[in-house]
Design a binder for this molecule. Structure first.
Ligand SMILES: NC(=O)c1ccc[n+]([C@@H]2O[C@H](COP(=O)([O-])OP(=O)(O)OC[C@H]3O[C@@H](n4cnc5c(N)ncnc54)[C@H](OP(=O)(O)O)[C@@H]3O)[C@@H](O)[C@H]2O)c1
Length: 427
């Protein structure tokens, strides 16, 4: 048994320096857990000249990844540089060299998870990636280990901190989408190109990982029905609030009769639902298991120390496997073949806003479209809009995605115009 396990770190930015710090500051605890000293031996960066915010604690800095990949004393590679192609290449080379890998890279896992998991298994290497979804929240472990004995039926997650911050500000302070985006960019919550966040792509990548683990099926990015928050308006939020709802960007993954559906969309939840209370940049994942019922995992979805904690916990897992001689493990494998639900099988309630001419026959035309699809109303609100039009807000009873699409297509344009359509979950 080795007394010292050497880690090679690729990346020394926000997360990488947090990893060095946690390994240093929690050294005693980690020694008790694993029975050995876990130290960072070498760190790969791009720029040797850059001033480093955190001390190296004895690690050697290099710009040459081979220094780490070819060092036989290094058993564990921690990839926290980000990006896809290069990171993938380094990880595959690490497996070839029979090293174990821990990564925080959701983009890479969502795109190439299957290939990486196969390469890890083929080389008897571990591959862990807890930090890739919801930063500091141990949600992947929760699904894979904590709920291992249960059948997961549904996962609903607020897994993007930027959009949750934006929607919180829009809801609570009445800010417009544009103003809150500018503020989030100024505070460093949102990137200068915010599309990965506001178009729901980042959340969709995390839902790929969550649903693959939750249902043991290899879900891919193209399987996720994605809608972002760009078109959410102040009026949508106000009307939703009047009917008792809060808007969140929610990733939903559900299994029914052996088929799964995965989506990301601005979604309304009742104000009393636990996800409604997840504010600002916080993340939460709500899991329904057949036996356990409802559970929720809540916490910081990003940030240096929360994310580094998840990374180092993965390192601890790998080191324990090394000591027990049980490596070759990854979070989980997609052991079932993938079956996706048809739109006619995906059920939910919907919130619709329609601007309707204030004329005899208009309401009849509206209800006709719903009656044709056999959809009944749960709630309805009508407010004057201007002299000639009314704002009509409808919450339907549970209906299929296909039916609601048909209703939207059949609305009589002579009398009305559809303004917005959102899913309603959690009732
Ligand atoms: N930040 C978070 O809160 C968070 C949360 C969850 C997951 N993650 C994931 O963690 C990963 C790292 O994020 P981060 O925020 O720590 O990024 P970051 O602050 O930009 O740091 C990236 C680091 O990687 C190094 N690097 C980049 N490209 C490289 C290359 N080609 N070769 C060698 N080194 C390279 C950089 O070197 P230089 O320092 O020399 O430029 C830098 O040290 C990403 O996959 C991200 O999605 C981050």
């Amino acid at each position: 048994v080795k007394e010292v396990i050497a880690v090679g770190l690729v990346g020394f930015g926000t997360v990488g320096s947090g990893v060095v710090r946690i390994l240093h500051e929690h050294r005693e605890k980690i020694r008790r857990e694993t029975g050995c000293d876990v130290i960072v031996k070498k760190i790969v960066v791009r720029d040797m000249e850059k001033e480093r915010a955190y001390p190296l604690h004895g690690a050697e800095l290099t710009t040459c990844v081979e220094d780490v990949l070819e060092d036989e004393s290094i058993n564990v590679i921690v990839e926290v540089m980000g990006g896809i192609q290069e990171a993938k290449d380094y990880i595959l080379r690490a497996f070839d060299a029979k090293k174990h890998v821990v990564t925080a890279n959701k983009d890479l896992l969502a795109m190439h998870g299957e290939e990486l998991l196969k390469a890890a298994a083929a080389n008897g290497s571990d591959l862990y990636y807890e930090a890739s979804v919801a930063g500091g929240i141990p949600i992947l472990r929760g699904l894979v280990d904590g709920l291992a004995s249960d059948r997961i039926q549904k996962v609903m997650g607020i897994v993007n901190g930027t959009t949750n911050y934006m929607l919180t500000k829009m809801t609570e302070e009445g800010m417009s989408y544009e103003d809150v985006l500018q503020e989030a960019q100024r505070l460093g919550f949102a990137e200068s190109d915010p599309s990965a966040d506001v178009d729901g792509l980042d959340a969709a990548r995390k839902m790929v990982i969550l649903s693959t683990l939750g249902f043991s099926m290899q879900v891919s990015f193209d399987d996720v029905d994605v809608q972002g928050i760009r078109s959410v308006t102040q009026k949508d939020l106000q009307l939703a609030s009047q009917l008792g709802y809060v808007m969140k960007l929610i990733g939903t993954a559900e299994e029914k009769d052996g088929a799964v559906a995965v989506s990301v969309a601005p979604t309304l939840v009742p104000k009393s639902h636990p996800l409604a209370g997840v504010r600002n940049e916080y993340n939460a994942v709500y899991v329904y298991g057949e036996a356990v019922g409802q559970t929720m995992f809540y916490g910081p979805g990003a940030g240096q120390l929360p994310t580094a904690t998840a990374v180092v916990s993965d390192v601890v897992t790998v080191v324990k496997h090394m000591r027990l001689g049980t490596t070759g493990k990854a979070m989980s494998f997609a052991s079932r073949s993938k079956v996706l639900q048809e739109d006619s099988d995906i059920y939910s309630k919907y919130f619709l806003r329609v601007h309707m001419k204030d004329e005899t026959g208009a309401f009849l035309a509206l209800t006709k479209s719903f009656v044709q699809e056999n959809i009944s109303f749960d709630k309805i609100l009508q407010l004057p809009l201007d002299d000639a039009k009314a704002e009509v807000v409808i919450v339907t009873h549970s209906t299929s995605k296909k039916q609601i699409q048909q209703v939207c297509e059949s609305l009589d344009s002579q009398y009305m115009e559809m303004v917005s359509l959102y899913r309603v979950e959690g009732e």
